[in-house]
Design a binder for this molecule. Structure first.
Ligand SMILES: Nc1nc2c(c(=O)[nH]1)N[C@H]1C(S)=C(S)[C@@H](COP(=O)(O)OP(=O)(O)OC[C@H]3O[C@@H](n4cnc5c(=O)[nH]c(N)nc54)[C@H](O)[C@@H]3O)O[C@H]1N2
Ligand SMILES: Nc1nc2c(c(=O)[nH]1)N[C@H]1C(S)=C(S)[C@@H](COP(=O)(O)OP(=O)(O)OC[C@H]3O[C@@H](n4cnc5c(=O)[nH]c(N)nc54)[C@H](O)[C@@H]3O)O[C@H]1N2
Ligand code: SF4
Ligand SMILES: [Mo]
Length: 727
């Protein structure tokens, strides 16, 4: 977009305001209720519009979950709808730029090329990558699973392995299903221990609880306590009663010690779960070597503090340990998530009001994809190049570039990327960009020509945001209250856009010859609702349509025992893969290793309030103001490096080098620096004219695809060794 186009958007903003005043007495303003689909919080929106003109996007005070919360990103939903840079027709990459082509031509070419690859190289030669927005899009979720199956390929990847894979692996091994998610009951807890999460800014993850500041404050007002463990004193830490710095990557040691204290001091309370538990003795033995005194120097947290926190957790009327992204995207993310579940169980807080609980969602994905009576197949298949484990029909994204670039039978030659931007979001994105160029054929289903889709031969234009219908299959599972809500699209598709689910169906026809059935997201959702946990109360899509603010289905109730899906029906406290992984932890932390003199600083990531992953930066209202992509640096470190705020620093790792603006801040633990993820937009052949004015730099030019949690295969973004100097 030229400068011209940018000013166009500004003019429209002003026009919107004018309309608001003119219209205050007119009657043709309509109101639309829906759920925001940007992050996991599922905020209810009340949108005032006249035809296609948005007048205002406001919080829906009657939404039973969000009760009037929204963040600035919701208001930007209109920007993505109006955005001139949005892809509105199928595009073909040519030597002279992007060329609009018809759907028919696009699909014919995709069908022929992908079938050709599979005919010659086998079905596994065509892969899929699914990004984060799929989780917010019921149609994409439903039909993507069908496409993957029909492709007959095992080569599937997603952002889950750059995020929460360790959670799913723990839940699968302990409860029997990867989506039996233990949600912190934030509204009833008296003690919340937050490890590696910053929900005040992220708005919560694997904990759908819109309005986190209000909910945290309520804990304090009812006499409870909030404790945050983070290498950065975050916005969440600022609101907590206590914050402790921890050295990146050492949370598994902390969690081992917290559990150690409970066993050593006889503070174990198994409550109603005792009869279904297995593995207690094995856990007792496993945590025994990890006294607070032994791990303290490695974590940077005093032994006395570790002891006290364990005792507080055990003594609280109801307590919950919530460990999230920062504790997952690390070398021992698998151990961290296992130990978090163990800690909640043995402190007596699992499946109890105010502890960690399980939802009863109206669309019960766990019931529909039940693992009952099926063996646990985690890791039974290993990736070709690096032998990383297969989980939930996916290999880890950290090895996607290897699978494309490494010669030999089984090499990936065709890729379908759907709503994902792994060039920015995956570790060592630069190598992935190289890999995408090496493909025989690539298709991107996206809303933008961005850092990933620019490598595609064909881009297919998806409708998004205000244009799609909304039912959150995934996030109702993670929510702190049982609710259900459906919204129809507000606006029609533009140009040649299609819904993601329509595109996925068309791809399935073009590549796999799968005939169209009449199913739609609505028909599938309606069936699931009618046969789900609220069938007896008449749950259906029509019922939800009659309740546009959403239906309140009540607080979470203890239900874990009836929901367990492990092969023996028990709750497995000590799955053997975790016990075995402790040897790797011992080697890593307790065998003498030379200090990394070359890269003395430790890099972590952060999220900022007006940005969502890599794709929201083309909104003028979100990108304006001061540079959001800065490196936070402790004042003592800044002094030593002779760097001050506003200066540029060169940050180098074993993978790459970036230059970034410094922001000196005592929020940072000494020796640790923090850089936002999701930036780095100044690339050729993209069309992101607003984002290009504030491109930022890509933190994943510094991370390495070779650093993974070997147990789960999850990417490592915490504690990246870096060197820093003035640029
Ligand atoms: N260093 C570091 N890296 C990280 C993280 C970190 O904390 N640090 N976080 C990780 C996490 S948690 C995640 S989830 C991943 C995200 O990884 P990805 O999902 O790969 O990245 P996104 O930026 O979410 O990319 C979303 C893509 O979908 C497109 N899009 C948006 N809406 C729609 C839609 O409705 N339909 C279609 N078809 N396309 C759409 C956007 O244009 C964009 O191309 O990044 C991970 N990477
Ligand atoms: N504004 C905004 N909101 C978002 C997103 C966004 O991009 N922007 N992305 C969405 C997505 S996809 C997700 S998955 C969620 C994630 O939501 P959260 O899980 O809350 O993730 P972050 O906000 O990245 O917070 C992770 C925290 O871990 C800390 N940390 C880093 N390394 C370590 C470590 O080794 N140990 C410990 N204890 N802490 C560490 C970081 O300093 C940071 O404060 O946010 C979602 N919401
Ligand atoms: S917190 Fe998340 S769901 Fe709520 S308005 Fe902001 S982006 Fe949307
Ligand atoms: Mo994520």
């Amino acid at each position: 977009m030229s400068d011209n186009d940018t000013s166009d958007i500004r003019t429209r903003d002003i026009r919107t305001r004018d309309i608001q005043t003119q219209d205050s007495q007119t009657r043709d303003i309509q109101t639309h209720y829906r759920t925001c689909n940007i992050c996991e919080a599922m905020c209810g929106l009340e949108i005032h519009h006249r035809g296609e003109q948005i007048i205002a996007i406001k919080p829906d005070k009657e939404d039973p979950l969000s009760r009037g919360h929204i963040c600035p990103k919701a208001v930007a939903l209109q920007d993505y709808y109006y955005d001139k840079d949005r892809v509105r027709t199928p595009l073909r990459r040519t030597d002279t730029g992007w060329q609009a082509i018809s759907w028919q031509r696009a699909l014919e070419e995709i069908g022929a090329r992908m079938r050709g690859i599979q005919d010659v190289h086998g079905r596994g030669a065509v892969a899929t990558y699914a990004g984060n927005p799929n989780a917010h899009n019921a149609g994409a979720m439903i039909f993507l699973a069908r496409l993957r199956k029909a492709l007959g390929s095992y080569n599937h990847y997603s952002s889950a392995s750059a995020d929460q894979l360790p959670h799913h692996v723990a839940y699968k091994h302990m409860f029997g299903h990867g989506s039996l998610i233990a949600v912190p009951d934030i509204d009833r807890t008296q003690y919340m221990l937050i490890i590696g999460g910053n929900p005040v800014i992220s708005n919560g993850s694997m904990m759908t609880a819109p309005g986190i500041p209000r909910r945290l404050k309520a804990i304090q007002q009812r006499g409870g306590k909030v404790v945050v463990i983070d290498p950065r004193r975050t916005e969440t830490a600022d609101r907590a009663d206590e914050h402790l710095f921890i050295k990146p990557n050492t949370d598994a040691l902390l969690l081992l010690a917290l559990n150690h204290v409970l066993f050593a001091e006889n503070l174990i309370a198994l409550r109603h779960l005792q009869p279904v538990l297995s593995g207690l003795a094995a856990v007792r033995e496993a945590v025994q070597p990890y006294s607070p005194e032994r791990v303290a120097p490695l974590t940077g947290i005093d032994a006395a503090d570790i002891r006290r926190i364990a005792r507080e957790m055990a003594a609280a009327e109801a307590a919950v340990c919530y460990s999230r992204l920062g504790a997952s995207t690390q070398l021992f993310g698998g151990l961290c998530q296992w130990l978090t579940v163990v800690f909640n169980i043995v402190s007596g807080n699992m499946d109890r009001a105010g502890g960690a609980m399980f939802t009863t969602p109206a669309f019960d994905l766990v019931g529909i994809t039940s693992a009952r009576g099926k063996p646990n197949t985690f890791g039974s298949r290993r990736s070709r190049v690096r032998q990383l484990p297969y989980n939930n029909n996916e290999f880890p994204v950290a090895t996607l570039a290897d699978e494309i670039l490494t010669e030999g039978e089984g090499r990936i030659r065709g890729l379908i990327a759907i709503a994902g931007n792994p060039v920015i979001s995956a570790p060592n994105g630069a190598r992935l960009a190289q890999a995408f160029e090496a493909l025989d054929f690539m298709v991107a289903v996206d809303i933008y020509i961005n850092e990933t889709s620019r490598h595609a031969d064909i881009i297919l234009p998806a409708a998004s945001g205000l244009q799609i219908s909304q039912y959150d299959i995934a996030f109702h599972i993670n929510a702190v209250r049982n609710t259900a809500k459906y919204a129809a699209p507000l606006f029609a598709k533009q140009g040649e856009q299609k819904y993601d689910w329509e595109i996925i169906k068309l791809l399935n026809q073009a590549i796999n010859g799968v005939g169209d059935d009449a199913s739609t997201p609505e028909s599938v959702i309606d069936q699931a609702l009618r046969h789900g946990p609220y069938a007896a109360q008449g749950m259906s899509l029509d019922l939800l349509k009659a309740h546009p603010h959403g239906l309140d289905l009540g607080p979470l109730k203890p239900n874990l025992i009836s929901r367990l899906q492990t092969p023996d029906g028990r709750l497995a406290l000590a799955p053997s893969l975790y016990l075995q992984d402790l040897a790797r932890l011992e080697r890593t932390f307790f065998a003498a290793s030379p200090a990394a003199a070359q890269f003395p600083y430790s890099l972590i990531s952060r999220r900022v309030a007006r940005s969502h992953n890599s794709w929201t930066h083309n909104s003028p209202r979100l990108i304006k103001g001061k540079n959001q992509c800065t490196m936070l640096l402790n004042p003592g470190d800044a002094e030593q490096l002779q760097l001050s705020s506003g200066q540029l620093a060169e940050v180098a790792s074993a993978t790459g080098k970036i230059v970034i603006e410094v922001q000196v801040s005592d929020e940072m633990m000494p020796g640790v620096v923090s850089i936002p993820h999701g930036w780095g937009h100044n690339m050729e052949n993209t069309r992101l004219s607003v984002a290009a004015t504030r491109p930022g730099v890509n933190i994943n030019d510094l991370t390495s695809e070779m650093a993974v949690d070997e147990l789960t295969g999850n990417a490592v973004f915490s504690g990246i060794p870096v060197a820093i100097r003035a640029a």
